[in-house]
Ligand binder design. Structure first.
Ligand code: HEC
Ligand code: HEC
Ligand code: HEC
Ligand code: HEC
Ligand code: HEC
Ligand code: HEC
Length: 310
C-alpha cells in the first residue's frame, strides 16, 4: 500500500512503457514519459490537447490511473495503464461513449469532494485541518495513514475510526467488526457498499472485500480469526501462495470429518480437499471493465457456471 500513489514521472510502470499509444474513434492518443515529464496528448484532425500528468494512482497490480490539474481543477485521465493488457484503455468507471470534445477526450473533471476522497485513500495527509493540499501530502499509504494523528485522514475520519479528540484508534485494540471497518475506511465497509448502491452493481463489488467477507457464513457475528489482519499483514507484501491461507481456515475448520468437533472449532471439515482451501472457496472473479481478476472474499462453495452472487 506504500505504493498506492506516486508522481507520474516516478512510476515504474510508465518508465517501463515510455511510449504508449491508443486510439478511440477519431481520437489518437500518445503517452510519452521522458525528461522528467509524463505527457498525455490527444489528437483529432488538426486539434491537439496535451496534459502534464502529475500523479499516478495504484501500484499497477491491476492497473494505474493518472491525475492532472489545470487552473486549480483536477482531472482524471481518460486512459489508464492496465497490467493485463500491457497497455492503455479507457479508465474504469469512465463512460465508453465517444467524448464530445478534445478536452473531454483527455480526461474527466473530478469534483473537489471526489478528488479529496481519491487522495484520502491513496495518499497520506493530503487533507490537513480540512484543507486539501496534495502538494503537502506524502505519497502512498504510510504508517501515519493508519497510526498517525487521525483527524487528518479523511477516509478514517469519515468512517468513525477517530475519537472525539481527533486521535486515531489503535488498530491492534479493535474488536473484529471494527477492525474490518478500519480497513474498510479505504477498502469500503459493508455499510458503504449498501449506502453507495455498490451492493447491487454486479461483479464490480468483488473489490469491496469487507462487504464480501461479511456475507460469508464463516463470518458469523465476527471472530478475530477472520478479520482482514488475520490473513493480511498490512506491514508486509500480500501472500500469493494459496497454501499460506490454509492454517487460517483450519483455525476454525476441522481438517477431516473424523476430527472431533470442538467449541472453538465450529467449522465442518471439507470432504474434497485438505489443502489449498482458497483456490476453491475464494474464487477469482473477472471484472471485464477493469481488465482484471479479483479475489472474492465471500467464502463459499462456488459452483462452476453459477451466476455471480451479489
Ligand atoms: C488509507 C487507506 C487504506 C487503508 C486504511 C487500508 N488500505 Fe489496503 N490498500 C489501499 C490502497 C489505495 C490499495 C491499493 C494499492 C495499490 O495496489 O496501488 C490497498 C491495497 C491493499 C492490499 C493489496 C495488496 C498490496 O499489498 O498491494 C491489501 C492486501 C490491503 N490493502 C490490505 C489492507 C488491510 C488488511 C487494511 C487494514 C489493516 C488496509 N488495507 C487498510 C488503501 C488502504
Ligand atoms: C474509499 C477509498 C478509495 C477511493 C476514494 C479511491 N480509491 Fe482507488 N483503490 C482503493 C483501494 C482500497 C484499492 C485496492 C483494492 C482494489 O483494487 O479494489 C484501490 C485501487 C485502485 C487502483 C488499482 C491499483 C492497482 O494496483 O492495480 C487504481 C488505478 C485506483 N484505485 C485509482 C483511483 C483513483 C484515480 C481514484 C480517484 C478518482 C480512486 N482510486 C479513489 C481505495 C480508494
Ligand atoms: C494499512 C494500515 C497500516 C499501515 C499502513 C501500517 N500499519 Fe501498523 N498496524 C496496523 C494494524 C491494523 C495493526 C494491528 C495488527 C493486529 O492487530 O494484528 C498494526 C500494528 C502495528 C504495531 C503493533 C502495535 C500494537 O499495539 O500491537 C506497530 C508497532 C506498527 N503497526 C507499526 C507500523 C509502522 C512502523 C508502519 C509503517 C512502516 C505501519 N505500522 C503501517 C495497520 C497499519
Ligand atoms: C472464524 C472461524 C472461521 C474461519 C477462519 C473460516 N471459517 Fe469457514 N465457516 C465457519 C463457520 C462457523 C461456518 C458454518 C458452519 C460450517 O459450514 O462448517 C463456515 C462455513 C464455511 C463453508 C460453507 C459455506 C456455506 O455457505 O455453506 C465453507 C465452504 C467454508 N466455511 C470455507 C472456509 C475457508 C476456505 C476458510 C479459509 C479461507 C474458512 N472457511 C475460514 C467458520 C470459519
Ligand atoms: C481468510 C483469509 C482472508 C481474509 C480474512 C481476507 N483476505 Fe484478502 N485475500 C485473501 C486471499 C487468499 C487473496 C488472494 C491472494 C492472491 O492469490 O493473490 C486476497 C486478496 C486481497 C486483495 C488483493 C486484491 C484481490 O482481489 O486479489 C486485497 C486488496 C485484499 N485481499 C483485502 C482484504 C481486506 C480489506 C480484508 C478484510 C475485509 C481481507 N482482504 C480479508 C485472503 C483473505
Ligand atoms: C478442489 C477444490 C476444493 C478445495 C481445495 C477445498 N474445498 Fe472445501 N469444498 C469443495 C467442494 C466442491 C465442496 C462441496 C462438497 C459437497 O457439496 O459435497 C466443499 C465443501 C466444503 C465445506 C462445506 C462442508 C459441508 O459439510 O458441507 C467446507 C466447510 C469446506 N469445503 C472447507 C474447506 C477447507 C477448510 C479447505 C482447505 C483445508 C477446503 N475446503 C478445500 C471444494 C474444495
Amino acid at each position: 500500500m506504500a505504493r498506492a500513489s506516486m508522481r507520474a514521472v516516478d512510476s515504474e510502470r510508465l518508465k517501463s512503457h515510455p511510449e504508449l499509444s491508443f486510439s478511440f474513434g477519431p481520437y489518437t492518443y500518445g503517452l510519452i514519459t521522458n525528461n522528467g515529464r509524463s505527457l498525455l496528448s490527444v489528437t483529432r484532425g488538426s486539434e491537439t490537447a496535451t496534459k502534464n500528468l502529475e500523479w499516478a494512482l495504484g501500484d499497477g497490480t491491476f492497473g494505474q490511473s493518472y491525475v492532472y490539474r489545470e487552473k486549480g481543477k483536477y482531472y482524471e485521465a481518460q486512459l489508464s495503464l492496465y497490467t493485463a493488457l500491457n497497455g492503455l484503455d479507457i479508465t474504469t468507471g469512465h463512460s465508453r461513449a465517444l467524448p464530445q470534445s478534445i478536452e473531454m477526450a483527455a480526461g474527466g473533471y473530478t469534483s473537489p469532494a471526489t478528488i479529496r476522497q481519491c487522495f484520502g485513500c491513496h495518499f497520506t495527509a493530503a487533507t490537513t485541518n480540512d484543507r486539501f493540499d496534495p502538494d503537502q501530502s506524502t505519497m502512498g499509504v504510510t504508517c501515519e495513514a493508519c497510526h498517525g494523528p487521525g483527524a487528518e485522514h479523511v477516509a478514517l475520519m469519515s468512517s468513525g475510526m477517530v475519537d472525539a479528540k481527533g486521535s486515531m484508534m489503535n488498530p491492534a485494540k479493535l474488536n473484529p467488526a471494527d477492525s474490518v471497518d478500519f480497513c474498510g475506511a479505504c477498502h469500503r465497509t459493508s455499510a458503504d457498499a449498501v449506502l453507495q448502491g455498490l451492493s447491487k452493481m454486479g461483479a464490480i463489488n468483488v473489490r469491496l472485500q469487507p462487504y464480501r467477507l461479511q456475507k460469508s457464513r464463516c463470518w458469523g457475528k465476527g471472530d478475530a480469526r477472520l478479520t482482514c489482519v488475520a490473513c493480511h499483514d498490512p506491514h508486509n507484501k500480500i501472500a500469493r501462495d494459496a497454501e499460506f491461507y490454509d492454517s487460517k481456515c483450519l483455525g476454525c475448520h476441522r481438517q477431516s470429518p473424523s476430527t472431533k468437533a470442538a467449541a472453538n472449532r465450529p467449522g465442518r471439515a471439507c470432504r474434497v480437499s485438505t489443502r489449498g482451501c482458497v483456490t476453491c472457496h475464494m474464487p477469482k472473479i473477472e471484472v471485464p471493465e477493469a481488465h482484471s481478476t479479483f479475489t472474492d472474499h465471500w467464502i463459499r462453495t462456488a459452483r462452476q457456471g453459477e451466476p455471480y452472487p451479489e
